[in-house]
Design a protein around this ligand. Sequence first.
Ligand code: MN
Length: 226
Amino acid sequence: MPIIAIAPNKKLHDYEEAVRRAGGEPRVLDLATDSPADVIRSVGGLLLSGGGDVLPSIYGAAAHPTFDAAEAGRDTYELELVRRALEADLPVFAICRGMQVLNVARGGTLVQDIPDELQTTIDHAVRIPPVAIAHEVWMTPDSLLERLMRTLEHGEDCPVNSRHHQAVKDLGEGLIATATAPDGVIEAIEDPSKRFCLGVQWHPENFYRTGEFRPLFEGFITASRT
Ligand code: MN
């Protein structure tokens, strides 16, 4: 059973459960004791979890008033983890903040506050319940995301939950957008040159009971086996 490293945050239950149900063994990392180099050598895949905002100075921007920092040390730690994982072509599945970390790790930038910076009528911050459907995403045909979701007989659109106030702005090097919301907000990114490198802006792990996004976790775990 492939070991899946999970970047720590305050609410890990659903990430761990989604990994287990897809056939992986979750290993929650400890920033203080697990060096990124050792982690990358000893696991099959890397799951970057959700959380607070990436420090804007890292991608060359001044902080917006709504800036809500992640736990101390996470930015530096996760940026190094994802860079090393991609160097080693280790499978990476990056969720919400994780997708933003992936983009910044490649030199990309972020929309710091969707309600303030973008003209949209879509509410991307629907918090309760966690599985509330907030909007659809339109997936790029034949992308990794669409090929996985196709197994559930999805068309190119797919309903998702949404709990983010930030989004990918300029794409990082080698990354492509493979899903957008109807208002143009980027909802998924991929590096097609890697075995498995997928970021999604929504929270597929919250659906572990009912399996709406199980193909994403299964695809990730399958890639992490080899
Ligand atoms: Mn959204």
